[in-house]
Design a protein around this ligand. Structure first.
Ligand SMILES: [Fe+2]
Length: 407
């Protein structure tokens, strides 16, 4: 199943309305006005998988786990430690991946290419930008998919992985819908048993080094602000307590941060030249509270822009290093979602870009020192499992360095 087909006929449908629209169109019966793209792919197998996720829709999911404290803490037994010092080059080097959890050869090839770089680049941390477990997210806290789609491919990349939730990780009845956010709690629970997977709560921050941070990562849950379907559980509605608390937490955490550099990591991008488009008009929808991502756009513009140096996102299976602009308040949007899947080779929008690629697999490496942020973009040849440095962007001036921070 491809995300190309994961477009609802209308904005903010419930999953049951979407499924009904699809079956009516398939049967030739009376149908709702549609975009012409109905979920023909919702066959028995995917529905069975999705139905297990969707079972939670019949009862209210348990409340979301609370956010973590700011200080990094260990995950499972023997968890790989966070770097306390820069590497031999005087930098904190971070592997950035996204939309990786297919378990297919391309995921293994990209991971193998990245693994080769870990030693030479002194990588001490990694990021997974969501859609960690395709297609439906995990079925349990210890689903074997955690092994097949994360631990095995990333074996040897022995660092903490900052993980965020994607729409596929929170599938409801329809794989990828984002219709059951409570499913994401399984990925939080899994962190307690993994050496790599770091997700102490559904949103959290990690300062590096912890005692006197040079850079701080703010991991957010974008799903209930940009799911393909309407949220039914009041807890997860766009204006419900969970999203209000997250927004308030992020606002306070960015304000309180003493780090010179601030990096927000979340699955859905603010700006995007790929086919899904930007927050507020995702997939061509400009009405409603969910499918368009209008409330995520509002959050990015009022909480993040002008305060964070970078927004790292996935969702689009492309590699994009966009330029900071007046619109973004100097914040740079980066899309890195090509670690297992690729797109159609086409730029669909024209946001200024330092570099972008819509056809290759790849990953990025973020290097942080007091003097600069460096983003290296790598494309990967799946057949040879080799990475090629395709582009390097540097920036030397923080968007908003706090007084007394690292210089
Ligand atoms: Fe996604």
């Amino acid at each position: 199943m491809c995300d190309d087909e994961l477009i609802p006929p209308q904005a903010d449908m419930t999953e049951r309305e979407w499924l009904r629209a699809g079956s009516e169109a398939t049967a030739g019966g009376p149908s709702m006005r549609t975009t012409g793209r109905v979920p023909q792919w919702v066959n028995r197998r995917t529905l069975l998988g999705g139905a297990m996720a969707g079972a939670a829709l019949t009862v209210l999911p348990s409340p979301a786990q609370s956010r973590a404290s700011a200080a990094p803490r260990l995950g499972g037994p023997g968890a790989f430690p966070f770097p306390e010092h820069p590497n031999g080059k005087g930098e904190f080097a971070v592997l950035v991946t996204g939309d990786a959890g297919t378990g297919d050869e391309a995921q293994y090839a990209v991971a193998a290419a990245a693994r080769d770089l870990c030693r030479t680049e002194g990588i001490g941390l990694a990021v997974g930008l969501g859609d960690n477990i395709y297609e439906n997210g995990p079925e349990s806290d210890d689903d074997s998919e955690f092994q097949d789609k994360f631990e095995k491919p990333n074996s040897g990349i022995d660092v903490p992985w900052l993980m965020v939730l994607g729409n596929h990780d929170c599938s409801g009845l329809i794989p990828g819908s984002g219709g059951d956010p409570s499913r994401g709690d399984r990925e939080v629970a899994y962190a307690a048993t993994s050496r790599r997977w770091y997700m102490p709560s559904r949103y959290y921050s990690v300062p590096l080094p912890a005692a006197d941070p040079l850079v701080e990562f703010f991991a957010i849950d974008t799903i209930p602000w940009s799911s393909y379907v309407a949220q039914l559980d009041p807890h997860y509605r766009w204006d419900g307590p969970y999203m209000r608390e997250q927004r308030s937490w992020l606002d306070g955490a960015l304000r309180a941060s003493r780090a010179r550099w601030k990096v927000v990591i979340g699955h859905h991008p603010y700006l995007n030249n790929g086919k899904h488009g930007s927050a507020g008009s995702y997939d061509g929808f400009e009405i409603g509270n969910y499918t368009s991502g209008v409330h995520l756009k509002d959050m990015y513009e009022n909480v993040v822009c002008g305060r964070a140096d970078l927004i790292l996102s996935g969702h689009d299976h492309t590699l994009q290093i966009l330029e900071p602009t007046a619109r973004t308040g100097g914040t740079r949007q980066v899309v890195c979602g090509a670690s297992a899947k690729t797109e159609d080779g086409t730029a669909h929008f024209g946001h200024p870009a330092a570099w972008q690629n819509f056809s290759d697999h790849g990953f990025m490496v973020l290097k942080v020192s007091g003097a600069r942020l460096t983003i290296d973009a790598y494309t990967v040849d799946v057949a040879t499992r080799k990475a090629t440095l395709a582009h390097r962007t540097r920036q030397t001036r923080p968007v908003a360095a706090p007084a007394g921070a690292h210089a």
